[in-house]
Design a binder for this molecule. Sequence first.
Ligand code: AMP
Length: 546
Amino acid sequence: MARVVGIDLGTTYCAVAVADRAGTPSIVRNREGENITPSVVMFQGDTVVVGSQAKRSAATAPDHVVQFAKRYMGESNPIYHSESGTPYRPEEISALLLKRLKEDAELMLGEPVEQAVITVPAYFDDVRRKATQDAGRIAGLEVLRIVNEPTAAALAYGLDQSSADDGGEDRADGADGDGGAGIGTVLVYDLGGGTFDVTVMRVENGDYTVIATDGDRNLGGFDWDGAMMNHLNGAFMASGGPDLNEDNVLQAELRDKAEIAKRTLSNAPQAVVMFSVGGRHEQIRVTREKYEEITAELLDRTRILTEGVLEEARLGWDDIDRILLVGGSTRMPMVPKLIQRLSGREPERGIAQDEVVALGAALVALDASVRAEEAQEKRKYVGSGASVESSPGDGLARLTKGRVRSIKDVTSQSLGMVTTDLDNHDHQFNTVIIPHNTPVPAKKSDIFVTLYDRQRRFRVQVTEGDDEDLAYVKTVGESTIEIPQHPKGAPFEVVYSYDVDGIIHVEVKDGTTGKWLGEFELERPGNLSQTELSEFSDRVARVPTL
Ligand code: AMP
């Protein structure tokens, strides 16, 4: 059975895990022996340095270092230009990270790693999911599935809980309705390095169904670092020091120190930060209390999103059976304190916050490889005339299927279409076709009519967002198709489908003739073309990653 790895491609850290055939996941360390790899890439001439070494250099060579690529996934602008002027898009930077993770995993596992399951925040839209898939491809990985991070976390917890509860052999059937073992409604609060994500899901007899999800891709530990930076810099300037933000190197050093102080405050009531700049030495003391005060607004944004998701799910805290904290930033005491205040209960933090997503991804990866093996076995047995039921793949599949019977995600964004008012062609509005929080895979359609007699073309502009007003939605792709000529008002059915990886497919049917006009490719300005994909794959394959 080929090894399929689970990868948590985080904004600030990545983790890789594999599950053994019995369904126990474990972290695959990187070549430096670390469980997590900083999502930092440093360009050094023709070579690229990835991980801790690059992170350490962020302060000394900030102009050669690229971080937080995940925040820009799905945007078409380059986020870095090499010294020779080569532009790098977010997918390529992520691919360089993935390439290094792949190489490290191969080194540690002693076998080639060609397939992976990669996680993304649940609210990642189609463009960002496709960009993540592309990053995997550029890195030379076949991406079997894109899985939502909270779903992966819940999978890892479900497993952990069942071993704790049942202890024995039977625990493999995980959530089997005995009240323990991962059954019930789970809220996953995931505050990572760059993103916040909150999800309510139902876990029942091995089915993982997302009920509602929301998040903010610009809210994470990075912003808490920013608040600490402002505070430290303000205090340094108040004591007569220069503005540390005026110089790239000093600013990077400030960021480093701010992050360390933040982590210190997770364990200690105060932190002391030393600055020596231009002959000026200063010690700045920050208390946890002060830090909580200056970041209260950030934490409150997570509260608003969390309550919004509960409301969307039409649930109260009493309906939530388990609350999971995921992401390195939930180590800040203010997070469990907030959850405790809101829910009246202690959240769970049984598995290392920064490993839990990768561990869950490894379970999905195992499931994917078992299914692939099973399919192959079936083909073999059918081919030889033997009974399909007795194929050896079944025994193996039972092991994982008890836990990961199915993963049912929902769409995180509403998908709609730009619509022109029949009576007033100057008025355009958004028509939602697939509402947000619809279980995926989803397929829904709506009828639109032609505006003119003998209209030759039909334009489909796919939108993301709920609002009818186009000013408040985003156009994620468009295509114009040739249509048979009919009188004005001829109906055309537009069918949107959202596959399990969150990728959108659009089909159009001529309502007059009943003929399908075919499925078409969305032109998504945020994503790479086939030519760019292969060009970038060649480039990334050639770059030595250290
Ligand atoms: P993740 O992407 O989930 O690994 O989260 C990384 C984020 O967690 C970064 O912003 C880290 O600074 C933050 N983080 C990790 N450990 C701690 C800690 N002990 N206290 C506060 N923040 C932490």
